[in-house]
Design a protein around this ligand. Structure first.
Ligand code: SAM
Length: 287
């Protein structure tokens, strides 16, 4: 008889990318000095020539879609708080994102929990502690979205950090594209099931669309491959279009799914504009 044991996926190779995004938030005036790391600043400098060429040739670059996704997600969070009465927020894969600080400044009544793999969570907690930002209503906790048992498991984290059955808003930014669709769908299904137990809850994330122009597809596939090698992850484009994304998330158990194109926020939010159809979409899924 043969027995097979499934090796858990170690996705900690992705963590260093949070230093780059952290440097972008800082460079664009969205962050606090304490969240800007020396490694992030170095990555920012190293990436600048590549970003400049990409902007000139294809009319957009990584920084374009980072700012689009970050500010559209912020906008939708604010709407969830002001229009839907959300008071509990869980940001998974928080990295060095300043969002928790900004949200607590603007909405002091919210209970904000930031979560990431243990190493990154420890680093974030230390930075927030040094900034005097941690407290009863602003916490950092370790999580692993792939854990199916133990204290890092999504369901256990939610039960531990929110001690009532009120709705919660869950955010993942810059996380899902690092996993095959099958792998991340397992997380989405478990998240939808957990959110259903707290009616009125919602989930915000982003997804990437492979551009239709053949000239852009090859460099983007190459970039995805390089990023996959650097992070030891399976960087993937999950969907070919908005409807496919909407249907897939619905199939994972989310009751109402909207797919937002950053284009609809041009002139409304201070986001950079892409020359052609933006390659990013923000998903808003309610339970
Ligand atoms: C590209 S960074 C995004 C950080 C932040 N959200 C931002 O936009 O600046 C990806 C983050 O995912 C985290 N991560 C990777 N694998 C994870 C997992 N299995 N569970 C939770 N977080 C994970 C990494 O540690 C890292 O902080």
């Amino acid at each position: 008889m043969t027995t097979t044991t499934k090796k858990p996926i170690d996705s900690s190779g992705i963590s260093f990318t949070a230093l780059y995004t952290g440097a972008v938030w800082h460079r664009y005036g969205l962050s606090d000095d304490l969240l800007a790391t020396g490694q992030g600043k170095l990555l920012y400098q190293l990436m600048t020539p590549f970003e400049a060429v990409s902007k000139a040739v294809i009319g957009g670059n990584i920084r374009t879609f980072l700012l689009q996704r970050h500010l559209v997600i912020d906008h939708l969070i604010e709407k969830q708080i002001t229009e839907n009465g959300i008071t509990q927020v869980l940001e998974i894969a928080c990295g060095m994102s300043p969002r928790g600080i900004r949200l607590r400044e603007k909405f002091p009544m919210i209970h904000m929990v930031e979560a990431d793999l243990p190493g990154m969570a420890k680093r974030k907690a230390a930075s927030l502690m040094a900034a005097g930002r941690l407290g009863q209503h602003h916490q950092v906790t370790p999580i692993d979205i792939l854990a199916d048992q133990g204290e890092l498991q999504l369901e256990q984290v939610i039960d531990r950090v929110f001690d009532n059955q009120e709705p919660i808003l869950v955010i993942t930014e810059g996380l899902t594209a690092y996993f095959h669709l099958d792998t991340i769908s397992g997380f989405w299904s478990r998240l939808a099931a957990a959110l259903h137990q707290r009616p009125g809850s919602a989930y915000l994330s982003e997804t990437y669309m492979m551009p239709k122009q053949p000239l852009l597809r090859v460099p983007l596939k190459t970039l995805g491959g390089l990023l996959g090698t650097a992070t030891r992850a399976q960087v993937s484009f999950h969907f070919d279009g908005d409807e496919q994304a909407r249907e897939h998330l619905s199939g994972c158990g989310f009751a109402a799914v909207k797919v937002h194109n950053p284009e609809s926020f041009y002139g409304v939010l201070p986001i950079p504009e892409s020359r052609s159809d933006p390659m990013i979409r923000v998903i808003e899924a309610a339970c």
